[in-house]
Design a protein around this ligand. Structure first.
Ligand SMILES: Nc1ncnc2c1ncn2[C@@H]1O[C@H](COP(=O)(O)OP(=O)(O)O)[C@@H](O)[C@H]1O
Ligand SMILES: [Mg+2]
Length: 272
Protein backbone atom coordinates (compact mmCIF):
# COMPACT_ATOMS: atom_id res chain seq x y z
CA UNK A 1 0.00 0.00 0.00
CA UNK A 2 1.12 3.53 -0.69
CA UNK A 3 1.00 4.28 3.01
CA UNK A 4 4.15 2.21 3.58
CA UNK A 5 6.17 4.56 1.39
CA UNK A 6 4.95 7.74 3.03
CA UNK A 7 7.35 9.71 5.16
CA UNK A 8 6.23 10.48 8.70
CA UNK A 9 5.99 14.13 9.67
CA UNK A 10 7.90 13.24 12.82
CA UNK A 11 9.99 10.16 13.44
CA UNK A 12 11.98 9.55 16.60
CA UNK A 13 14.23 6.57 17.32
CA UNK A 14 16.49 5.57 20.18
CA UNK A 15 15.19 8.39 22.37
CA UNK A 16 16.59 8.44 25.90
CA UNK A 17 16.14 11.01 28.62
CA UNK A 18 17.39 10.89 32.17
CA UNK A 19 16.49 13.10 35.13
CA UNK A 20 19.24 12.48 37.67
CA UNK A 21 18.80 8.88 38.76
CA UNK A 22 15.50 8.47 36.88
CA UNK A 23 15.68 7.10 33.36
CA UNK A 24 12.43 8.67 32.14
CA UNK A 25 12.81 7.41 28.57
CA UNK A 26 15.01 4.60 27.34
CA UNK A 27 15.43 3.76 23.65
CA UNK A 28 11.95 4.95 22.76
CA UNK A 29 10.70 5.29 19.23
CA UNK A 30 7.72 7.25 18.05
CA UNK A 31 6.29 8.49 14.81
CA UNK A 32 3.29 10.38 13.53
CA UNK A 33 2.07 10.85 9.98
CA UNK A 34 0.01 13.61 8.45
CA UNK A 35 -3.71 12.96 8.75
CA UNK A 36 -3.68 10.59 11.69
CA UNK A 37 -4.25 10.60 15.43
CA UNK A 38 -1.68 8.71 17.51
CA UNK A 39 -2.56 8.10 21.15
CA UNK A 40 0.29 7.87 23.61
CA UNK A 41 -0.69 5.67 26.53
CA UNK A 42 0.97 4.21 29.60
CA UNK A 43 0.63 4.08 33.35
CA UNK A 44 1.74 6.98 35.55
CA UNK A 45 5.47 7.50 35.19
CA UNK A 46 5.60 5.69 31.83
CA UNK A 47 7.27 8.71 30.23
CA UNK A 48 4.39 10.10 28.19
CA UNK A 49 4.72 13.71 29.30
CA UNK A 50 8.50 13.53 29.04
CA UNK A 51 8.21 12.34 25.44
CA UNK A 52 5.75 15.13 24.60
CA UNK A 53 8.08 17.64 26.22
CA UNK A 54 11.00 16.23 24.28
CA UNK A 55 9.05 16.76 21.06
CA UNK A 56 8.07 20.28 22.07
CA UNK A 57 11.61 21.19 23.08
CA UNK A 58 11.00 21.62 26.81
CA UNK A 59 13.26 18.69 27.71
CA UNK A 60 15.82 18.15 24.95
CA UNK A 61 16.68 14.44 24.68
CA UNK A 62 20.00 12.99 25.88
CA UNK A 63 20.32 10.77 22.83
CA UNK A 64 18.36 9.53 19.86
CA UNK A 65 17.49 10.58 16.36
CA UNK A 66 14.69 12.96 15.41
CA UNK A 67 13.57 13.29 11.82
CA UNK A 68 11.15 15.87 10.53
CA UNK A 69 9.63 15.12 7.13
CA UNK A 70 12.50 12.74 6.51
CA UNK A 71 15.46 14.89 7.47
CA UNK A 72 17.49 14.85 10.66
CA UNK A 73 16.77 17.73 12.99
CA UNK A 74 17.56 18.61 16.55
CA UNK A 75 14.98 20.01 18.93
CA UNK A 76 16.87 21.77 21.67
CA UNK A 77 14.28 24.33 22.66
CA UNK A 78 10.64 25.31 22.18
CA UNK A 79 11.60 27.64 19.31
CA UNK A 80 13.03 24.68 17.37
CA UNK A 81 9.76 22.77 17.77
CA UNK A 82 7.53 25.68 16.81
CA UNK A 83 9.85 26.51 13.93
CA UNK A 84 9.29 23.03 12.53
CA UNK A 85 5.52 23.32 12.90
CA UNK A 86 4.92 21.50 16.18
CA UNK A 87 2.34 22.96 18.57
CA UNK A 88 1.59 21.77 22.08
CA UNK A 89 -1.57 22.18 24.13
CA UNK A 90 -0.66 21.60 27.77
CA UNK A 91 -3.06 20.61 30.49
CA UNK A 92 -3.16 24.06 32.06
CA UNK A 93 -3.91 25.46 28.58
CA UNK A 94 -2.05 28.71 29.29
CA UNK A 95 -5.08 30.82 28.44
CA UNK A 96 -5.68 34.21 30.00
CA UNK A 97 -9.04 34.21 31.78
CA UNK A 98 -9.47 37.97 31.69
CA UNK A 99 -8.96 38.23 27.93
CA UNK A 100 -11.41 37.37 25.17
CA UNK A 101 -11.05 34.61 22.59
CA UNK A 102 -9.41 36.78 19.93
CA UNK A 103 -6.80 38.06 22.36
CA UNK A 104 -6.06 34.52 23.51
CA UNK A 105 -5.69 33.19 20.00
CA UNK A 106 -3.03 35.81 19.32
CA UNK A 107 -1.42 35.82 22.74
CA UNK A 108 2.31 36.45 22.55
CA UNK A 109 2.37 36.20 18.78
CA UNK A 110 2.62 39.92 18.15
CA UNK A 111 5.75 40.01 20.24
CA UNK A 112 7.16 36.77 18.88
CA UNK A 113 6.87 38.13 15.36
CA UNK A 114 7.96 41.69 15.88
CA UNK A 115 8.69 42.21 12.23
CA UNK A 116 6.91 41.22 9.06
CA UNK A 117 3.26 40.87 8.26
CA UNK A 118 2.14 40.01 11.77
CA UNK A 119 3.50 43.22 13.22
CA UNK A 120 0.88 45.15 11.36
CA UNK A 121 -2.04 42.82 11.95
CA UNK A 122 -4.85 44.94 13.28
CA UNK A 123 -7.69 44.10 15.58
CA UNK A 124 -10.23 43.73 12.76
CA UNK A 125 -8.07 41.27 10.85
CA UNK A 126 -7.40 39.32 14.02
CA UNK A 127 -11.08 39.05 14.80
CA UNK A 128 -11.90 38.03 11.24
CA UNK A 129 -9.25 35.35 11.24
CA UNK A 130 -10.32 34.11 14.67
CA UNK A 131 -13.91 33.74 13.47
CA UNK A 132 -12.71 31.92 10.36
CA UNK A 133 -10.58 29.37 12.17
CA UNK A 134 -13.24 28.68 14.82
CA UNK A 135 -15.90 28.23 12.15
CA UNK A 136 -13.64 26.00 10.08
CA UNK A 137 -13.13 23.80 13.14
CA UNK A 138 -16.80 24.03 14.15
CA UNK A 139 -15.87 25.33 17.59
CA UNK A 140 -19.01 26.53 19.27
CA UNK A 141 -18.53 29.56 21.51
CA UNK A 142 -20.89 32.44 22.31
CA UNK A 143 -18.69 35.03 20.60
CA UNK A 144 -15.02 35.63 19.88
CA UNK A 145 -15.36 38.62 22.19
CA UNK A 146 -16.37 36.43 25.15
CA UNK A 147 -13.85 36.39 27.96
CA UNK A 148 -12.29 32.99 28.65
CA UNK A 149 -13.42 33.22 32.29
CA UNK A 150 -17.04 32.91 31.17
CA UNK A 151 -16.51 29.78 29.09
CA UNK A 152 -16.92 26.07 29.86
CA UNK A 153 -13.96 23.71 30.18
CA UNK A 154 -14.72 22.23 26.78
CA UNK A 155 -14.88 25.64 25.15
CA UNK A 156 -11.57 26.64 26.75
CA UNK A 157 -9.93 23.45 25.55
CA UNK A 158 -11.31 24.07 22.06
CA UNK A 159 -9.92 27.61 22.02
CA UNK A 160 -6.51 26.31 23.12
CA UNK A 161 -6.56 23.68 20.37
CA UNK A 162 -7.72 26.22 17.77
CA UNK A 163 -4.84 28.47 18.78
CA UNK A 164 -2.41 25.64 18.10
CA UNK A 165 -3.49 25.36 14.48
CA UNK A 166 -3.91 29.05 13.76
CA UNK A 167 -0.26 29.19 12.79
CA UNK A 168 0.00 26.47 10.18
CA UNK A 169 1.36 23.86 12.52
CA UNK A 170 1.58 20.34 11.16
CA UNK A 171 1.84 18.35 14.37
CA UNK A 172 -0.34 19.08 17.39
CA UNK A 173 0.47 17.55 20.77
CA UNK A 174 -2.37 17.31 23.29
CA UNK A 175 -1.56 16.28 26.87
CA UNK A 176 -4.75 14.98 28.52
CA UNK A 177 -7.14 17.34 26.71
CA UNK A 178 -10.26 15.74 28.17
CA UNK A 179 -9.06 15.09 31.73
CA UNK A 180 -11.21 17.79 33.33
CA UNK A 181 -14.23 17.55 31.05
CA UNK A 182 -17.71 16.09 31.27
CA UNK A 183 -19.20 13.79 28.66
CA UNK A 184 -20.64 16.39 26.29
CA UNK A 185 -17.55 18.60 26.44
CA UNK A 186 -15.29 15.61 25.92
CA UNK A 187 -17.20 14.78 22.76
CA UNK A 188 -16.76 18.35 21.51
CA UNK A 189 -13.02 18.19 22.01
CA UNK A 190 -12.69 14.72 20.47
CA UNK A 191 -14.71 15.88 17.46
CA UNK A 192 -12.28 18.77 17.14
CA UNK A 193 -9.35 16.35 17.28
CA UNK A 194 -10.91 14.40 14.40
CA UNK A 195 -11.35 17.56 12.37
CA UNK A 196 -7.68 18.42 12.84
CA UNK A 197 -6.80 14.98 11.54
CA UNK A 198 -9.17 15.36 8.61
CA UNK A 199 -7.50 18.67 7.78
CA UNK A 200 -4.22 16.74 7.50
CA UNK A 201 -2.61 17.47 10.82
CA UNK A 202 -0.69 14.81 12.69
CA UNK A 203 -2.26 14.73 16.12
CA UNK A 204 -0.65 13.18 19.20
CA UNK A 205 -2.95 12.75 22.17
CA UNK A 206 -2.15 11.59 25.68
CA UNK A 207 -5.12 10.26 27.58
CA UNK A 208 -5.79 8.13 30.62
CA UNK A 209 -9.24 7.43 29.28
CA UNK A 210 -9.10 4.46 26.93
CA UNK A 211 -12.65 5.15 25.74
CA UNK A 212 -11.38 8.50 24.44
CA UNK A 213 -8.33 6.83 22.96
CA UNK A 214 -10.39 4.31 21.02
CA UNK A 215 -12.82 7.04 19.98
CA UNK A 216 -10.18 9.09 18.13
CA UNK A 217 -6.93 7.21 17.67
CA UNK A 218 -5.76 5.57 14.46
CA UNK A 219 -2.70 4.12 16.17
CA UNK A 220 -1.83 3.60 19.80
CA UNK A 221 1.73 3.77 21.10
CA UNK A 222 2.27 2.15 24.49
CA UNK A 223 5.05 3.11 26.90
CA UNK A 224 5.84 1.32 30.12
CA UNK A 225 8.39 2.48 32.71
CA UNK A 226 10.11 4.67 30.15
CA UNK A 227 10.38 1.95 27.55
CA UNK A 228 8.68 1.51 24.22
CA UNK A 229 6.26 -1.41 24.24
CA UNK A 230 4.78 -1.14 20.77
CA UNK A 231 2.49 0.68 18.39
CA UNK A 232 -0.84 -0.87 17.51
CA UNK A 233 -3.62 -0.36 15.03
CA UNK A 234 -6.57 1.00 17.03
CA UNK A 235 -9.00 -0.90 14.81
CA UNK A 236 -7.57 -4.30 15.67
CA UNK A 237 -6.16 -4.07 19.19
CA UNK A 238 -8.62 -4.45 22.06
CA UNK A 239 -8.94 -2.33 25.14
CA UNK A 240 -7.99 -5.32 27.29
CA UNK A 241 -4.85 -5.86 25.25
CA UNK A 242 -3.84 -2.23 25.64
CA UNK A 243 -4.34 -2.42 29.41
CA UNK A 244 -2.25 -5.59 29.52
CA UNK A 245 0.49 -3.92 27.47
CA UNK A 246 0.43 -0.84 29.73
CA UNK A 247 0.72 -2.88 32.90
CA UNK A 248 3.02 -5.58 31.62
CA UNK A 249 0.48 -8.33 32.22
CA UNK A 250 0.38 -11.12 29.69
CA UNK A 251 -2.72 -10.77 27.49
CA UNK A 252 -5.39 -13.36 28.26
CA UNK A 253 -5.52 -16.80 26.65
CA UNK A 254 -8.94 -16.02 25.26
CA UNK A 255 -7.49 -13.61 22.74
CA UNK A 256 -6.71 -16.55 20.45
CA UNK A 257 -3.16 -15.51 19.78
CA UNK A 258 -4.18 -12.24 18.19
CA UNK A 259 -2.64 -10.26 21.02
CA UNK A 260 0.10 -7.98 19.80
CA UNK A 261 3.48 -8.93 21.14
CA UNK A 262 6.19 -6.52 22.05
CA UNK A 263 6.99 -7.03 25.71
CA UNK A 264 9.68 -9.25 27.18
CA UNK A 265 12.44 -7.77 25.07
CA UNK A 266 11.06 -9.09 21.79
CA UNK A 267 10.88 -6.79 18.79
CA UNK A 268 7.95 -4.42 19.20
CA UNK A 269 5.24 -4.84 16.63
CA UNK A 270 4.55 -1.69 14.70
CA UNK A 271 1.34 -1.70 12.74
CA UNK A 272 0.32 0.94 10.29
N1 LIG B 1 11.43 17.31 35.61
C1 LIG B 1 11.62 16.09 36.14
N2 LIG B 1 12.58 15.88 37.06
C2 LIG B 1 12.79 14.64 37.59
N3 LIG B 1 12.09 13.56 37.23
C3 LIG B 1 11.12 13.72 36.33
C4 LIG B 1 10.84 14.97 35.73
N4 LIG B 1 9.82 14.81 34.84
C5 LIG B 1 9.49 13.52 34.89
N5 LIG B 1 10.27 12.85 35.76
C6 LIG B 1 10.22 11.41 36.05
O1 LIG B 1 10.29 10.73 34.82
C7 LIG B 1 9.40 9.61 34.82
C8 LIG B 1 8.40 9.76 33.69
O2 LIG B 1 7.51 10.81 34.02
P1 LIG B 1 6.40 11.37 33.02
O3 LIG B 1 6.97 11.57 31.68
O4 LIG B 1 5.76 12.53 33.67
O5 LIG B 1 5.38 10.12 32.96
P2 LIG B 1 3.84 10.09 32.54
O6 LIG B 1 3.51 11.37 31.87
O7 LIG B 1 3.74 8.90 31.62
O8 LIG B 1 3.07 9.88 33.79
C9 LIG B 1 8.77 9.57 36.19
O9 LIG B 1 9.52 8.68 36.99
C10 LIG B 1 8.90 10.99 36.66
O10 LIG B 1 8.95 11.04 38.08
MG1 LIG C 1 2.11 12.89 32.32
Amino acid sequence: MAIATRTPLLEMTGISKRFGAVQALYDVRFDVYAGEVVALVGDNGAGKSTLIKAISGIYPVDSGTIRWEGRDVSISGPQDASGLGIATVYQDLALCDNLDVVANLYLGREMASGVGALAIIDEVTMEKRAIEVLRRLSVKIPSVRTRIALMSGGQRQSVAVARSVLWENKVVLLDEPTAALGVAQTKEVLDLVKRLRDEGHGVVIISHNLADVFEVADRITVLRLGRYVGTYDARTVSREQVVALMTGAVPGETNEGSAPSGGNGSTPVTIR
